[in-house]
Design a protein around this ligand. Structure first.
Ligand SMILES: C[S@@+](CC[C@H](N)C(=O)[O-])C[C@H]1O[C@@H](n2cnc3c(N)ncnc32)[C@H](O)[C@@H]1O
Length: 534
């Protein structure tokens, strides 16, 4: 099928085999280490990376010369047609997002774009009935991890000259932009980003899996049909895992009892845009179907929506950063110190709201960036003893669940303290990046950046912008509270506390219920109701 290789059949020399086994043992031992964080995690990554690069260097001569994807498109379309996939209304073209589908006719919103029958899909079930089947029945890793099974299945089929899926495999990308392909310098640009932890874990996992399978394939009997004993390169495994990661879908298993992980030819040529999920599976026709998420004119690129992911997930699992991402968010970790004398009371109140005392929250790029759980957490973390005790008694209007409502003002002092607390936390997070938004914007103007470096900078910039917008939002709410209530005063800690005309600190305000205190001091203006925060 037009694939040329430098060496038709690789016969490993004894020296290569011995060296590789020693490197695989070393990699397995290192990658099996306990999870680390911070500087230790980065140092571990550098060690793993060094080892993996030694392995890649050793295998460089075994990497075949790949043909271009273009050369295989016609053959792929013929294969699809032969297997009952309707391909007359779309074509495969190159776009800025890589290859994608172009509309050859007008599609109205909700028209059927594609139907792909199960028989062309590569799934965990087809893996079980393939040359890999007997190994899956014995190996616990393959049994427990469907993505890995599908990746190894794909790799086996890639090695088999007579694979049913050869025309599909030939049009798959040759390489990816997911962070597993980044150099340490490119990854270092993500310092400060919460995404880095997941990315380094992903790198370690792939290293561990590669070493595990390398050893496993070496001890397979010579009679094995698994075609990976003779050739199992790190680059091949990384490619297979990346292919599955960026293209997989879940469909009902043949017997309908569970979902199975699958690769769906043609459907997986669609690139992503904002929207809603329009892909489903019709069990009657045993086909995946995909509807148009909007009108597409002739020659438009056909996009689908991959799902609500933030840009960190997009980069880690899909290899791109989507700048108009309406689901973008970033995470912020907050915990109550065990040394806080009010820890027990705060913990009790948080437990009533099913919030743990230390956790990660997501903040969004939406009009109200802060989710209800974080609102409650912020109110509780800055509460004084009396307020906590009163809330815990849940009397009158002080039901703890009200704390989840951003428009519920626990007390003016509490309101101001919570936004101030958040502001300090956000400042700290912004500082961890070491590079300002302005610097990032300037760096992105540099045309010499590698594609991976550009992606890393785009991600950290999008995260910082969310932190910055949230900071603005919090400060506006705090300032509005201060202005509406009266003059600013400072308590003994130098913190400003607001007093009303009578010189009292208003305590509890439920917007929409007990607004009397505010109504008195604000000439009837409702605090926080209808805030327009840009
Ligand atoms: C399911 S595949 C889509 C087909 C792919 N473009 C190809 O050439 O085979 C997903 C990959 O397409 C690319 N992609 C999809 N949507 C994108 C977007 N909006 N911007 C940039 N790249 C995108 C990413 O490389 C992603 O990993």
């Amino acid at each position: 099928m037009g694939r040329k290789s430098r060496k038709k059949q690789i016969r490993y020399s004894d020296t290569y085999g011995r060296e590789m086994m020693s490197l695989a043992n070393n990699l397995l031992e290192k990658a099996n280490g306990p999870p680390l964080s911070g500087t230790k995690q980065w140092e571990e990554f550098l060690e793993l990376h060094k080892l993996v690069e030694i392995i890649r260097e050793k295998q460089i001569d075994h990497i075949p010369i790949e043909t271009s994807r273009d050369e295989h498109i016609e053959e792929f379309l013929t294969w699809l047609k032969y297997n009952d996939v309707e391909v007359d209304h779309v074509s495969i073209e190159k776009f800025s997002e890589g290859y994608g589908l172009k509309a050859l006719k007008e599609f109205k919103k909700e028209d059927t774009l594609l139907t792909v029958p199960r028989k062309v899909m590569m799934t965990v079930e087809t893996a079980e009935s393939s040359v890999l089947g007997s190994l899956i029945s014995k190996d616990r890793v393959l049994q427990a991890m469907p993505n890995i099974t599908l990746s190894v299945h794909l790799l086996c089929e890639k090695q088999l000259e007579d694979s049913f899926w050869k025309p599909y495999i030939n049009i798959l990308p040759r390489s990816y932009n997911i962070p597993m392909y980044f150099t340490p310098e490119e990854l270092h640009l993500l310092k400060g980003s919460p995404a880095l932890d997941d990315i380094l874990k992903q790198y370690k996992n792939i290293g561990r899996q590669y070493a595990y399978f390398y050893k496993l394939f070496q001890i397979l009997p010579n009679s094995t049909k698994v075609p990976l004993k003779e050739r199992f390169l790190y680059d091949d495994y990384r490619w297979a895992v990346s292919t599955v990661m960026t293209r997989q879908n879940h469909i009902p298993a043949c017997d309908g009892t569970h979902r199975t992980t699958s690769l769906v030819p043609l459907w997986d040529m669609c690139n992503h845009c904002n929207g809603v999920i329009t892909t489903g599976f019709d069990v009657d026709t045993n086909s995946l179907y995909c509807l148009a998420l909007k009108d597409f004119q002739i020659s438009d690129q056909i996009f689908i929506f991959y799902g609500a992911r933030n840009n960190a997930e997009m980069l880690t699992h899909d290899g791109f950063v989507y700048l108009p991402n309406s689901h973008d968010n970033t995470s912020i970790k907050i915990g109550i110190s065990k040394n806080d004398p009010l820890f027990a009371l705060k913990a009790e109140l948080l437990t009533m709201l099913h919030i743990s005392t230390s956790r990660t929250f997501h903040i969004f790029c939406t009009e109200i960036p802060i989710p209800p759980m974080l609102v409650a957490f912020l109110k509780i973390i800055v509460m004084g003893e009396d307020e906590l005790k009163e809330r815990l008694r849940s009397e009158n209007d002080l039901n703890p669940a009200l704390l989840l409502d951003i428009d519920h003002v626990a007390s003016i002092e509490n309101e101001i303290k919570m936004w101030r607390f958040l502001d300090t936390r956000l400042d700290l997070l912004l500082k961890i990046y070491h590079v300002s938004i302005k610097d990032d914007e300037a760096m992105l103007k540099n045309n010499d950046l590698t594609n991976n470096a550009r992606l890393a900078i785009q991600l950290r910039l999008s995260e910082k912008k969310i932190l910055q917008q949230t900071k603005k939002y919090g400060l506006k709410r705090k300032d509005r509270t201060s202005k509406l209530i009266g003059s600013d005063e400072e308590n003994a800690n130098g913190e400003s506390i607001n007093v009303n005309e009578e010189g009292n600190i208003p305590r509890y305000v439920n917007v929409g219920t007990t607004v009397d205190i505010l109504d008195k001091s604000l000439n009837g203006e409702k605090l926080l109701a209808g805030l327009d925060i840009q």
